[in-house]
Design a protein around this ligand. Sequence first.
Ligand code: GDP
Ligand code: GDP
Length: 464
Amino acid sequence: MLPVIALVGRPNVGKSTLFNRFTRTRDALVADLPGLTRDRQYGHAKLQNNPFIIIDTGGITGGEVGVDGLMAEQSMQAVREADIVLFIVSARDGLTTIDESIAQQLRLENKTINLVVNKVDGFDQNTVLTDFYSLGFESVSAIAAAHGRGVGRLVEDVILPAANLSAIEPEPTPEFSEEQLIASAEDSADSESEESTKTDEIELGPKLAIIGRPNVGKSTLVNRMLGEDRVVVYDMPGTTRDSIYIEMERRDKKYTLIDTAGVRKRGRVHEAVEKFSVLKTLQAINDANVVIMIFDAREGITEQDLNLLGFAIDAGRSLVLGINKWDNLPEDKRTDVKEAITRRLHFADFARVKFISALHGTNVGHLWEAVDEAYAGARVKMNASKLTRILEMAVAKHQPPAGGRFKIKLRFAHPGGHNPPRIVIHGNQTKSLPNSYIRYLEKSFREALKIIGTPIKFELKESQ
Ligand code: GDP
Ligand code: GDP
């Protein structure tokens, strides 16, 4: 499970600024709660190379009714979900009575609260914190989120120790010559892929996370996927925020389903729609090898679906998309709906889209095939000579366009890691390569390596 950090405090103290600095993503996930201008946002962060989930909150105003009350409830919910709580206050505003009342509320939650005094820019280092010590928290940090000051220290001194982690050195990209790289390619690439095959993957097979909004048919699909097979069900330790892990076998292959809906969540009689847990879904995505994302054919694809999908792609997970309840759609509507859905999912066009009926089992076999194929894509073996050959063929077929005054030249390629597969391309003026050409390269690599359903990340390097 990824450690979860919650950012709480009054509005305007700089929570979003810190969130953005941590996550560097624009498409944060917003928990669905109609009527709120801003509530919890979830993002993925890498702090000293350790992955985290960050929850940003709208803020606690001290008002307890209406939108303010809901916003406060959202904040407290985030605190409960979190492993690490950062309580943000503002040096510009000094200590306010609302800060004091938030502190009081936070203390009731029985969690370690880390006080973070933001906006210390322009203030004297020695006096700026004194006010805030009266809140009585042991851990007090000073930062200027807008400028990044003190943020590194906050990560090193507060966040990593709280999560029992330490800084991880990034793996250096080898600075070899083309000849050296290609010569050493075969062994190094092979041993690398061996390493990435974790032993539990071999024993339990790939982990498949079945995700999607409530009521799209996840439980029905899980039951259908389990079929008549003998299964062993075990719960992950912990609370209701966790998914259920189900080991199973199909055609002599092992799989573990990560059931975010919970097959045993309710009798078929009471179909109260459960609350959608973004956090549970994110944790499931993070732990999975393949994400099966389910949509309801009649409801189409919502903004939140797209954000969730973006998160899965960002995490580099293999992906299969299932448009469920296809049986529910009149025959004459199917072509139009298919087109509309395909158009909306174009940014995930590396993934197979299967139109299924979990209820009747239609096309679920094809869904399984797509899962196997996507998982195989994530395990494709790459090495520098193979990748360089593919690059050369692609360039021979289509030269890169002229990049301003200098000619763009792509020289060679080598693997840059797994999960997701990463391809490093060296050349001159690589920064000027237009996106359309990168997409063309991606397509060429996909076809040559037969990678379907798994995102490929590219890294462009300048070299002579
Ligand atoms: P939130 O409502 O708590 O999420 O606050 P925001 O992140 O939206 O920030 C509120 C305002 O404070 C914005 O205008 C930010 O630019 C500003 N701000 C954030 N961090 C800093 C900082 O470190 N120093 C200064 N001077 N301003 C900051
Ligand atoms: P979950 O909340 O995503 O787990 O959704 P459920 O599996 O509980 O399904 C929600 C409702 O949709 C139930 O009434 C199911 O019977 C129904 N449902 C699920 N799959 C299908 C399907 O393929 N076709 C039709 N017509 N209904 C379905």
